[in-house]
Design a protein around this ligand. Sequence first.
Ligand SMILES: [Zn+2]
Length: 427
Amino acid sequence: MSQPTKQRTVVRGATLIDGTGVRPVENAVVLIEENRITAIGTTQSLAIPEDAVVIDGTRRFLLPGLIDLHVHMFTPQFISFPPKGDLMAYAGLICFNNLRSALQAGVTTVRDVGDYKHIDLAVKSAAERKLILAPRIFASGIGISMTGGHGSESPGLNREVDGVEAVRKAVREEIKAGADWIKLLTSHRSDFPEFSQEEISAGVEETHRLGKKIAIHAANLVGVRMAARAGVDSIEHGSFVDEESADLMAKKGITLVPTLWVKNFVPGLLEKMQEKMKAEGGIDTSIDDESTQTIIWLRRCLAQLPKTIALARSKGIAIGTGTDGVFLEQPWAVLPEEMEWMTHYGIPNMDVIVSATQVGARVLGKAEEFGTVEKGKLADLIMVDRDPLQDITAFKEVNWVMKEGFVVPQSPEWSRQTVQSSGKWMQ
Ligand SMILES: [Zn+2]
């Protein structure tokens, strides 16, 4: 019996920006066999197999699929109106819709950093069983915070634990449930720490001992210092970084995921919502105080961020792209906005591309598997029509996506919208 032939696909003629930061290659030819890249060359150097399906990339730019390191699939407090019927059924449909649109917009991998009632784990199962169109998912299960700490206002999304042994047990329970990552929340909108250094270090140590990775939500300087001392894998938000913690982060290979878009977007959004409440005459003072606190804190973060990004870059700290997009019924694929914000903080376009591809894969411990267009890697590829090295907003118009060798259908009713462009939050 003859062997069934492998399915071969070729992307021919595009300018290849491979995610490693090297110079683009014009007239590239990328050969994909089944789910992997098996050869890369140019139209002059690489012969195209006769049986290959050829995809024309002429005058287009070919890049690795994008990686969003900071998403939450479902946060109950961010839905506009409670649905009729079962909340989790509604939540599942939000995840389904958002994951599909993110994949169609070029996001081939996401890391979920804490989600309601383990919905991330359930959705990941559905994605792996190919029930839904979705990016590859790395899931953190339920976030871990101290009693009264950040996140404790959202039971189900985060769990409250206290003491070194309780932190270890929570880590074990999340890993038992199926988490790939652990998420610890250690500070929030003030200059004070929440968990003690002993608790944070125990969480990091236990996660690593069990062969997993850990992200820490560190909003303030003391939170960043403690996370860096503990040797966490990634620091989320981290607007405040000093020389000493920057040195530690560089030495220990800790990635900073600064979530620039959300910090720049939310203050204006909250101000608009406050104005609307005032105009309607119905000010709920508790909500108003809460959002005023958030606005004040985020403005402090924004004032510090240019220095933090410059310091991180001068120390060679890896900067990852993560959106912290939690607006649920809004379009979810906001990674291009994050990439655009990175350029506003002085990061060159090529470095932003490397952040959203190779750096993301490294953080996930999967740099050998995906994140760049190189021989042997999984075929996660996207194409854009405009040169992203000239204009980073080209990523807002990703119009061809391949995930592991499978060309993702772009459903006709779907078109990417920015969060700013529509919907309840901006009305
Ligand atoms: Zn978050």
